[in-house]
Design a protein. Structure first.
Length: 65
């Protein structure tokens, strides 16, 4: 049961979702606006400050934000 990162095509909100094996990607919607059109992002890892969202702006007081 991997966690994937998504971005809403409508409001650009980035969010993580634990995707169950029985759940289809078409069933995933944005938790902020409810839009069902989302894109799966490529996750990246930072050796300096923990994992960051794929192409979304890092949150917090990271020197990379």
């Amino acid at each position: 049961m991997p966690i994937f990162e998504f971005q809403c095509k409508s409001c650009q909100h980035c969010f993580e979702k634990l995707v169950l094996s029985s759940e289809k990607e078409e069933e995933i919607s944005c938790p902020k606006c409810g839009n069902a059109e989302v894109s799966k992002l490529i996750s990246c890892v930072s050796a300096f400050d923990g994992a960051k969202s794929g192409f979304c702006k890092p949150a917090g007081n990271s020197p990379f934000s």
